[in-house]
Design a protein around this ligand. Sequence first.
Ligand code: SF4
Ligand code: FES
Length: 201
Amino acid sequence: MLNLTIDGKKVQAEAGWTLLDTARQHHIEIPTLCYHEAVEPFGACRLCVVELRQGDNSRLVASCVYPAEEGLEVHTMSEKVKNVRRWILEMLLSECPASEAVREMAAEYGVDSTRFEVRNPEEECILCGLCVRACAQVVGANAISTVGRGAQKEIGSPYLIPGEACVACGTCVTVCPTGAMRARFDRVRGVPEVVMAKAGK
Ligand code: SF4
Ligand code: FES
């Protein structure tokens, strides 16, 4: 077992646990958006940021991908951590202002507006890739992809052609942290009438 402290509390972790695993095992809350226990963590949203301190030095790491190590001093709610989370939430409010989950989380941190440009007031997707990873790793269907680059990046079927790989299990909709996958499901699955017509039904 590894011995470390989180928010001043002595805790133990098993080798292979991340800091997020360790915190959750000890009922210490860390906010996440792109994390789901069923799939490999990816470190996309950075909301799970925590501060590691060693003497006068400190650094910020994403707790969902950072391994628990012997002797670490971890702070989950320091001023530094809260400031970074507020900044991330402001960014998310500009990127996906229509997501209730994001707005609620932002409100918890006192963030109710953003200084950054809002390109699409209807956008809900934070491009966290959780739907893509769940489809590949849990379902094994690989029916969902991140398509395009930069500002054009979006979630859809590979090459944006709705395909037969989708088994309509709804796992992507279940894991999506923002509710965005509901509106994207037909892009992956195809519009029901078109799918039925293709299947000759
Ligand atoms: S649709 Fe949902 S799960 Fe998929 S990338 Fe967007 S926010 Fe993440
Ligand atoms: S939950 Fe860790 S980076 Fe998103």
